[in-house]
Design a protein around this ligand. Sequence first.
Ligand SMILES: Cc1cc2nc3c(=O)[nH]c(=O)nc-3n(C[C@H](O)[C@H](O)[C@H](O)COP(=O)(O)OP(=O)(O)OC[C@H]3O[C@@H](n4cnc5c(N)ncnc54)[C@H](O)[C@@H]3O)c2cc1C
Length: 456
Amino acid sequence: MYEELKAIVGEEFVSKEPEELYIYSSDPGTMPPVKPDYVVMPKTTEEVQKIVLLANKHKVPVVPMGGALSLSGLVRPLRGGIVVDMKRMDRIIEVNEKARYAVIEAGVSEGRLKAYLDKKYPSLRISTPDAPPIATVTANALIHGSGRLSQIYGFHSEMITGMEVVLPTGEICRVGSCSVSPYWFSRSPLPDLAGLFIGWFGRTGIVTKLGIKLFPKHRYRDVMIFVTENPSYVSDVIWRVAHTEMAEDITVWAQPRPEWAEGFQHTTIYVTADSEEELEFKKKIIRNALMDYIKQKEGGFLYLTPGMKAMFLQEPMSQLVRFADVRRGGGFEYVGAILPVDLFDVAYQKGLEIVERLGIDWAFSIRIIGRSHCMMFAYAYPFNRADEEDVERARKALHETNKAVLEMGGIPWKAEAPAQQLILESMDEGAKRLIKSVIEMLDPNGVMNPGNWEVK
Ligand SMILES: Cc1cc2nc3c(=O)[nH]c(=O)nc-3n(C[C@H](O)[C@H](O)[C@H](O)COP(=O)(O)OP(=O)(O)OC[C@H]3O[C@@H](n4cnc5c(N)ncnc54)[C@H](O)[C@@H]3O)c2cc1C
């Protein structure tokens, strides 16, 4: 197999060296390492196709990998086989400025696309997640990620306009308008085949090219932070701010550090505009929407120094990455619970109960998605990977949190394999049968990232 892989990608881009396989066997989360047999770095769709055909010939699993930063062990080859690292497929193929979309290869990172647009198309932007910039745009959209424009436009998966996919059998197909036209502008009005590849964790094919929506980038940005000391107010605060339609992004964070932040909920509201007048107008409308809380002394805006503003306006926020390593030792994972916004208080109290009982470091960080249609409630637990007790505590907290989220009516996002099983246990039988049939139909040899969404 090694010789055959070498013939496809070249000796430099295939490895079976133990030290390299070790690096590819885990991510910064708590899931135990699983070693691949080979790692390859293809450059073209045709190379990806040849790798998948080879995997079918030998009945060996193939696992696509972007930045390996989903933190829930999603790129570990659960049944061994070939990890396909997409990072060399990093071409930005096209930007259609007027129709506001980009066509990229699957290995293009968030940082690269953002930097490219900042330089060449300064009036356009993508919705960036707060993940480190080496995360890939494609994997993030495929796992239903969210970011700076999700409050207005929804999950990043909703921003996909089309894709080119290598199916588990090795066939290449296009979905979306690019299957009919040279333009990658929309998934509608065709049967929406993109759903066969979104949210599946690479179980149904390897996406090699992606069409992604771009959005206007405004000249002015500002940030406001509204503070409450009672979590039962927060869903109403979110509702009021979203109702104004003046905020670009709304996040909420609560954490025990620094000391001044403990016990408070901070609703962070980002406002953008093309003139200072428009910016001030938007901020005024938002302030007015929360005036009842201010008058009743139940909440107020935090004064932000220029340094604090700069920190909150940074994209992605480097402070978050620093928090992720607060215990040292590079361990970090969170349960990203997708929940209706009105469950904020229940979700908050449950989280506090878990962290207090287990005595674990924590931070809650919430992003509002689609004008408060739902939220991603992240229960983040940093840990030291060199300290087995610390890892075990975080693993327990994550497991208990996953269970609690399902009990309260939410769904864990980018769920690790054991959490996928918890979700399947709660799932409608008809939906489960459909998942099984789709996998069997698309992947008759069971080679594509097996072990994920495994309906027993
Ligand atoms: C500090 C911090 C902050 C974060 N903040 C955010 C945030 O604000 N928003 C957010 O959404 N996420 C956030 N994350 C989580 C995560 O880093 C991102 O979701 C990231 O974008 C995942 O992309 P990736 O390239 O690392 O995916 P990977 O982990 O490489 O892959 C994820 C899944 O997609 C599959 N896959 C990868 N490439 C392909 C392909 N080409 N075709 C088919 N399947 C594929 C993989 O097999 C895997 O199942 C954060 C993480 C950290 C550490």
